[in-house]
Write a protein that binds this ligand. Structure first.
Ligand code: CP
Length: 318
């Protein structure tokens, strides 16, 4: 099947051209009204099969891919963790994927704790592969849904001051967002304690700082990241209390941002560690809009990879 993107796979934001990002965002925008309908189903991907291979925990990404597949009428197989499968008996990931491939899926959506797993599967399998998060490497559909949310709010991405703050070093969300936002001309600042800023992060296309109060000044978007305690092999800050004092997003800190600034978080949130509840639940928060946009973005990705042409509402049963 020909893809409307330049590849059979979506492995990251880094390889995408700006016109592919625009096509994905425009397609997601035109699919959003499906969520408002009493019957949320179009026949666009009837007869297509998608395998959701989630070998690392997920709530938002997994359920929004499943929702997107249902709304587009695709059939799906859901593989969540290794329990109950032959991975428990020692079957390798590649053997598992080759066996799934033998059932002729059109796409495999994969989340894994090791960077590069989606790329390895894409090289070996005929089916298209979508990266739903690989270690600290990339999370392309998260960056796309974040960009869609920002574009809906400001009508543009270019020229906005966007601060991404927190655990940059362990964050695939930060990497994919920096790639995307730099490609579309936003001014991106990444901020965190020195131990959570990776070396040479500025080569990705962002300005780096450890001063959160200064970073927030005049920002239009403040995107907080979860402190990924499970990926830290050594203690990199003294206590969560101290972390919150220096890098937690409070109402006082948000008052330094632009008057029309929005607050984002990819989830799951550590309330009281990287973000105060009063900010997460405030009118400036677009955190649940991000989740809703996740379904539209994943519909757009599935459709553009499988249909081989841009979305035409009427022809696709809109
Ligand atoms: N944002 C995100 O990837 O959330 P999940 O881990 O719940 O999928």
């Amino acid at each position: 099947m020909i893809s409307a993107l330049r590849s059979k796979d979506l492995l990251g934001i880094d390889p995408l051209e700006p016109d592919e990002i625009t096509l994905l965002l425009d397609t997601a925008e035109s699919m959003r009204p499906i969520a408002e309908r009493p019957i949320k189903k179009v026949p666009a991907l009837r007869g297509r099969m998608v395998v959701n291979l989630f070998l690392e925990a997920s709530t938002r990404t997994r359920f929004s891919f499943e929702t997107a597949e249902k709304w587009l009428s695709a059939d799906s197989l859901n593989f969540s963790g290794s329990r109950g499968t032959s991975v428990e008996k020692g079957e390798t990931l590649l053997d598992t994927a080759r066996n799934l491939q033998a059932m002729s899926p059109d796409l495999i959506v994969v989340r894994h704790s090791s960077p590069g797993v989606p790329h390895m599967l894409a090289r070996h399998l005929k089916a298209g592969v979508i990266n739903a998060g690989d270690g600290a490497h990339e999370h392309p559909t998260q960056a796309l849904l974040d960009a869609l949310t920002i574009r809906q709010h400001f009508g543009k991405l270019k020229g906005l001051r966007i601060v991404i703050a927190g655990d940059i070093a362990h964050s695939r969300v930060a990497r994919s967002n920096v790639f995307l936002l730099a490609k579309v001309g936003a001014d991106v600042v990444v901020c965190g304690p020195p131990t959570l800023l990776p070396p040479r992060v500025e080569e990705l296309g962002a300005v780096a700082t450890t001063d959160f109060d200064r970073a927030v000044e005049g920002a239009q978007v403040v995107m907080m990241l979860r402190v990924q305690l499970e990926r830290q092999r050594r203690s990199i800050f003294p206590s969560t209390r101290e972390y919150f004092a220096r890098y937690g997003l409070t109402s006082e800190r948000m008052s330094r941002a632009s008057a029309d600034a929005i607050v984002m978080h990819p989830g799951p949130m550590n309330r009281g560690v990287e973000i105060a509840s009063e900010v997460a639940d405030s009118p400036r928060s677009v955190i649940l809009d991000q989740v809703a946009n996740g379904v539209a973005v994943r519909m757009a990705v599935l459709y553009l990879l499988l249909a081989g042409r841009p979305w035409e509402g009427e022809r696709d049963g809109m």
